[in-house]
Design a protein around this ligand. Structure first.
Ligand SMILES: NC(=O)c1ccc[n+]([C@@H]2O[C@H](COP(=O)([O-])OP(=O)(O)OC[C@H]3O[C@@H](n4cnc5c(N)ncnc54)[C@H](O)[C@@H]3O)[C@@H](O)[C@H]2O)c1
Length: 242
């Protein structure tokens, strides 16, 4: 099968690594960001890390119109529903109706993003984990209207870049954040109640569960503001205390 032309929207922390991954697997990639500095920095980061990447495979732009030849687009703009909806609406005016539109959202409902689209059947979630070049998992999320052809093509592409997809329904937190967030919260409760120290809590979970990082170290790595945001999102939609 010929490699589809990939588009990546938003060249921050995740978008840069996602673009890098596709390039390493020989896909042509166009990266787009509204911020010229960010898109140039992404280009430098990718090409300096992987000198073997062929220059003609990577296109860099600050104009969304330049994504018109892309057939599989991953959006990685900040975690905000209105912003993502606006980007998807703009994108639909530019790409062909058969292009697949994937969001790297950590927890926003795919159905809500797709609700503003003319073709919601081609909208899907591809949740890469940080750092995307190293972490093997990609959660693939079917929204209410995502059709099986979109899912099958997405699973094929994710495997083709060497990742392991796990398919999930469009529920708050998907699988990983839904399970991990309460664990991090409980670890913080234990620390707050002086049940044990940071080091001992982390050591206990690492040794008991075989996790590479303890929950408190993981919480620092993800960022407490991001975790708080996940908790609020999951609580708002489920009313289950995290
Ligand atoms: N950071 C993580 O650990 C992580 C992990 C998994 C998923 N995610 C998800 O990935 C997405 C991106 O996160 P990030 O950490 O890479 O964010 P980031 O802030 O590092 O990057 C976002 C980029 O989007 C650009 N941008 C903003 N508005 C835009 C627009 N209208 N059009 C084009 N580009 C625009 C910004 O200039 C910036 O370069 C979010 O949905 C986030 O929840 C993040």
């Amino acid at each position: 099968m010929t490699k589809k032309h990939i588009g990546v929207i938003g060249t921050g922390m995740m978008g840069t690594d996602i673009a890098h991954l596709f390039l390493l697997s020989g896909y042509p990639v166009s990266i787009y960001d509204i911020d010229e500095e960010k898109v140039k920095r992404a280009q430098e980061k990718i090409t300096s890390k992987s000198k073997e990447i062929k220059e003609e495979l990577l296109q860099v732009t600050t104009k969304i119109d330049d994504l018109s030849p892309c057939q599989f687009i991953v959006e990685a703009v900040p975690e905000n529903l209105e912003l993502k909806q606006q980007v998807f609406q703009e994108l639909e005016q530019v790409v062909s109706p058969s292009a697949i539109l994937a969001s790297n959202t950590s927890g926003i409902s795919i159905a809500k993003i797709a609700a503003v689209c003319e073709h919601p059947e081609r909208v899907i979630g591809t949740h890469f984990f940080n750092p995307a070049t190293k972490m093997p998992l990609v959660e693939v999320i079917s929204g209410e209207h995502t059709v099986s052809a979109t899912l099958e093509e997405t699973l094929y592409i994710i495997e083709d870049i060497g990742k392991t997809p796990v398919h999930t329904k469009d529920v708050p937190g998907f699988i990983v954040n839904r399970i991990v967030t309460p664990m991090l919260n409980e670890a913080m409760h234990l620390l707050e109640n002086e049940v044990s120290t940071t080091e001992e809590i982390d050591k206990a979970i690492k040794l008991a569960m075989g996790h590479p990082m303890g929950p408190l170290q993981l919480a620092e790595f993800i960022g407490l503001d991001t975790i708080y945001h996940f908790m609020e999102q999951i609580y708002e939609e489920t009313k289950l205390a995290q």
